[in-house]
Design a protein around this ligand. Sequence first.
Ligand code: PMP
Length: 406
Amino acid sequence: MSTAVAARSDFPALAAPGFVYLDNASTTQAPLAVIEAIAAFYRNGHANVGRGVYGLAERTTAAYEAARAQVARFLGLRHPSELVFTSGATDAINLVVEGWARRRVTAGSRVLTTVLEHHANLLPWQRLTRQHGARLETIDIDEEGRLDLDDAAAKLPGATVLAVTAISNVLGVRMPLPALAALAREHGVCMVVDAAQAVGHEPVDFAAIGCDFMALSAHKMLGPTGIGVLAARRERLLELEPVRVGGGMVREVAALGSDGPSRWREPPWGLEAGTPHIAGAIGMAAAAEYLAALGLPRIAAAEESLVRALLDGLRELEGIRVLGPGPGAARAGIVSFTFASHHPHDVAGLLGELGVAVRAGHHCAVPLMRHLGAPSTVRVSLGPYNDEGDVTALLAGLRHVTRVLA
Ligand code: PMP
């Protein structure tokens, strides 16, 4: 019996018989709906956005803004203008750090984060706090990766920023975002959420979470690469200074030789200098539409049931250490593990030869690896097209691989 929510036949990349794709935390495959939306954009001709007055230019601008509105609805934003298109989650976080935090995090300021963060939500903060003589502090986690809310409550007063992931891309542990947001609001702390691993796997409602900024990438939610989103509460968006300036974002250009400043368009357009990834935005909107039609609660329930089967199966393997929480509310569809006597790269390499795609490495989370005392792990991560057959194939592959490596 298949538990996949998405029809495999919707995904040309999964057509090869026997191919088992379990590296969705890295990137997801695109359904035909996304591929066709991007192809149609180029096939029907395109212009640039926000500039031309002829028909094709107006249609292209309308399509780009319709994509913004669709993705904004999908993410629970109050208004499309709260959505800035970026090149991805990394770009979105860097925009917050350089365009908002750089002028607010000063000597003695405190930025709070966790040891679980992907480098995308760590290195920009680490560099900024070092440059400005500020402190980067981590909120405690327990041995399964669950965040200690008491420690968060103790550390939040007086902090400037709380930068936290929604779901760890290594441990699959979910952070208690609404509770954290309530605390952050109470103490006037700007909360930045890295939602890269949550969007597309479970309902994500920006307004309901109650954070200030949220970053994500389209390619992790069945969309194209090179496009992502910075979502922001309107008040914060108005405080955000453009990091890149240039074409398309200027309202008034100061005369050369004058001292006067140039003035930017209002956000989000003032934050999107240059020609945006129009096809990417259209593809991302198609992915949002596809996911919404499948139903995010259904996707989350299916991933949860597959994770249970996966965790049960893994625990029967000899010499394995499964990281992160057991099945339940804190556990999303990402599972990392190590073997006492096999290197993760050997395991992943042999699985790859069997047609089972999983990731091995530090997963761009080196501080977490140090914390766990494991330089690398094998990581299995689910998407809406995975089913019980994929989990069975993985477990059979692992039994074979551990026999071969023994
Ligand atoms: N945050 C998390 C939690 C991630 O897993 C990733 C991608 N692995 C990123 C941020 C960065 O995403 P991108 O490379 O698309 O900018």
